[in-house]
Write a protein that binds this ligand. Structure first.
Ligand code: ZN
Length: 216
């Protein structure tokens, strides 16, 4: 399995399918690829904010990828003439050769349309099983049920926000890591703009310190 960070919360997970998550590329100062170059089979969107929904509709139109999101987001995406699968928290959708499970994230969600910003149901985290189980936490603060998510789904890889301000900061994300207990953790949602500047080395140090503490 190959995981490529495309900047901010956007990842391309290549396992049994090519799964693109939160493809905010246009207008993303840290994007590593342009939206017209991405190839994928499935697009997952954790919530409606522009830095997550991003280029999902345009990429789906070009590639024919199916878009996966919470049901109300999915209704919006279908109105954009794109195939979409909408389900809800605790549910698992089998999409092509990948299983996707929706879990809570503590945040907000809205979709911007010209002259209007409307609420778009709940934000979510996702467990994406496409060879290995990857937990994309979406935008969230740390919460105790991350331990339950770790116990139930045993993700090998966790993608956790560390930027602070809109989400967890490095200290909270280190605590989240100790709750989820993945074999590998990748920080995201930092360094895109000034309010979410963070040093990933700081996160690395905190994760190492907490795993040492767990062993003693
Ligand atoms: Zn957000």
């Amino acid at each position: 399995m190959k995981i490529t960070w495309l900047g901010h919360a956007a990842f391309l997970i290549e396992g049994r399918d090519k799964v693109l998550v939160d493809p905010f590329l246009t207008g993303n100062p840290k994007a590593t690829i342009s939206p017209d170059k991405v190839d994928c089979d499935i697009i997952c969107v954790t919530h409606g904010h522009a830095d997550h929904l991003g280029d999902a509709v345009e990429i789906a139109r070009r590639t024919g990828a199916v878009v996966v999101s919470i049901v109300e987001m999915s209704m919006y995406i279908e109105r954009c003439d794109v195939e979409s699968i909408g389900f809800n928290l605790g549910g698992t959708a089998k999409v092509k050769n990948t299983s996707i499970t929706m879990v809570p994230a503590f945040h907000s969600s809205s979709i911007g349309a010209p002259g209007l910003e409307f609420s778009a149901a709940m934000p979510v985290g996702l467990l994406i099983d496409s060879e290995k189980v990857v937990y994309h936490a979406g935008d969230t603060c740390v919460f105790g049920d991350m331990k339950l998510i770790g116990n139930m789904y045993r993700p090998e890889i966790a993608l956790l926000p560390i930027g602070g301000f809109f989400t967890m900061d490095p200290r909270q994300a280190a605590l989240a890591t100790s709750l989820v207990k993945p074999a590998c953790v990748i920080p995201m949602h930092y360094g895109t703009w000034e309010p979410i500047e963070q040093d990933p080395k700081e996160f690395e140090k905190l994760v190492s310190a907490s795993s040492l503490a767990r062993k003693s």
